[in-house]
Write a protein that binds this ligand. Structure first.
Ligand code: BGC
Length: 454
């Protein structure tokens, strides 16, 4: 993906897919799902109260207790708890998973002395969901290493409530569901009112943006805008990226727990980057280009080259030293040239990821610009995710590539402050005040309440 022309082609392909996903009839077969979130941008808000937030889908599962203080228009995180989700559970039954979530929430409520209350709850559930209403979200499919049985096609809110009722020792109030991209876009809204794109590059990758309702063919209405969860991770699932997939991408896909789907995500996100590098290193060693032609048990074991090693190895000052430590820990017999080559491999894979994201982001910003009939668009993207945050030059590389691909868009990047946590609680806060189906009000509240946060 070194070549600008190729990136432009990718961007144009995604543009077609966005249109297909928005179509009334074509969306059923679309690789890029373009899910309506029913969030419309219009500001106001005077909410107050205590809320719970759940965050499932990233590196950890979190429970948060958040207070919205009306007088000061403030959102205060009171406390939170992180619960790990063991891998067996990610692959077990849905009932086990939701029982675990309910248990973690129960322990948290106990520790906060909140068990007697029925607090409203915001649920950041970072998987593709067909949202019917704010409190009805049907899981389309699992991604990112989750594959619990009996959940796809089901309403996640119902499964959560059932698990809580099975325990019977506490209850929750109304529930609002939100994708992490949407939470990120909204939580960035307070620092910058022109934030109308949310992007995640972490364990998985995805983006949402404000689309003209008249273009969202499966939603009634002509005026105004709606936030669309693109689920761009599915780009390429219909074979449209075949020409840029390498043999290593094919292996990553085939050995994943969801072969054939989320093709774009598998070339980009933290769940897969380390594995792509590992496969490349094995091949290079087998071809006698590295480690004197020898491998090690660790290098031959899937998952042993973690994505965080890429960031460590690409650190500008300590990178080579880190590479040497990591290669030693992997039981490899390296020489200084090997360490440099490994660094180059890491750089190639992380740069490809950044450039692919850039092509996709350029498509979205160009679309917003053309939608509005503007010659020049000034907009802001709220971003989150471990790859974007932790990698030493991912963000610069992505930004530089977007500038080339979307020269008529002036894009500001804002790293979100806990969009998945506080954002979800704020969405719920509005759900308390207005009728549950008027989701447009949520964004509205968020933009005004959080504007005052700083
Ligand atoms: C999911 C998206 C999510 C993204 C980032 C993807 O695997 O399908 O819903 O936004 O990961 O967490």
């Amino acid at each position: 993906l070194q070549n600008d022309k190729k990136r432009l082609q990718i961007s144009v392909r995604l543009k077609k897919d966005l249109i297909r996903g928005l179509g009334k009839h074509s969306h059923h077969r679309a690789a890029v799902k373009m899910l309506p979130t029913f969030v419309r941008a219009t500001p106001d808000g005077t909410e107050k109260g205590d809320y719970l937030a759940l965050d499932l889908g990233g590196t950890n599962f979190r429970v948060l207790y958040v207070r919205v203080v009306e007088e000061q228009q403030k959102v205060v995180k009171m406390d939170s708890k992180i619960c790990s989700i063991p891998q067996e559970m990610m692959l077990g039954t849905g009932e086990q998973l939701f029982d675990h979530i309910a248990q973690c929430l129960g322990e948290f409520l106990e520790s906060q002395d909140l068990k007697g209350q029925t607090l409203p709850l915001g649920f950041t559930f970072s998987f593709p969901c067909e949202q019917k209403e704010i409190d009805k979200s049907i899981l389309i499919r699992w991604t990112k290493g989750f594959s619990c049985s009996g959940v796809e096609g089901q309403d996640v809110v119902k499964l959560l409530k059932e698990a809580i009722h099975r325990r019977g020792d506490y209850d929750i109030g109304s529930v609002a569901m939100v994708n992490d991209t949407v939470g990120t876009m909204m939580s960035c809204g307070y620092r910058d009112q022109s934030c109308e794109i949310g992007m995640i590059i972490g364990t998985g990758t995805n983006a949402c943006y404000m689309e003209e309702i008249k273009n969202v063919k499966r939603v009634e209405g002509e005026d105004g805008r709606m936030c669309i969860n693109t689920e761009w991770g599915g780009f390429g699932d219909d074979g449209s990226l075949k020409d840029i997939l390498t043999e290593f991408d094919e292996v990553v896909d085939q050995t994943s727990i969801n072969p054939g789907v989320h093709t774009f995500e598998k070339m980009i996100s933290g769940m897969y980057l380390g594995e792509i590098v590992r496969l490349l290193l094995v091949k290079m060693a087998e071809d006698k280009l590295l480690f004197k032609g020898e491998t090690s048990e660790a290098l031959l074991t899937p998952g042993q080259f973690e994505t965080k090693y890429i960031s460590e190895i690409e650190e500008p000052d300590s990178g080579l030293e880190n590479a040497q430590k990591i290669l030693t820990a992997l039981g490899l017999n390296w020489d200084p040239v090997d360490a440099c080559v490994v660094r180059l491999v890491c750089d190639t894979i992380s740069s490809r990821s950044a450039r692919l994201c850039a092509a996709a982001l350029a498509t979205i910003s160009n679309r917003i610009r053309v939608n509005r009939g503007l010659d020049h668009l000034k907009t802001t993207v709220g971003v989150d995710g471990t790859v974007y945050r932790k990698h030493p030059n991912f963000s610069e590389e992505l930004q530089a590539a977007v500038r080339l691909l979307a020269p008529k868009c002036d894009i500001t990047f804002l790293v979100s402050e806990d969009g998945s946590g506080k954002g979800a609680a704020m969405v719920t806060a509005v759900a308390q005040r207005i009728e549950l189906c008027q989701i447009n009000q949520y964004l509205f509240f968020l933009l005004t309440t959080v504007t005052k946060l700083l």
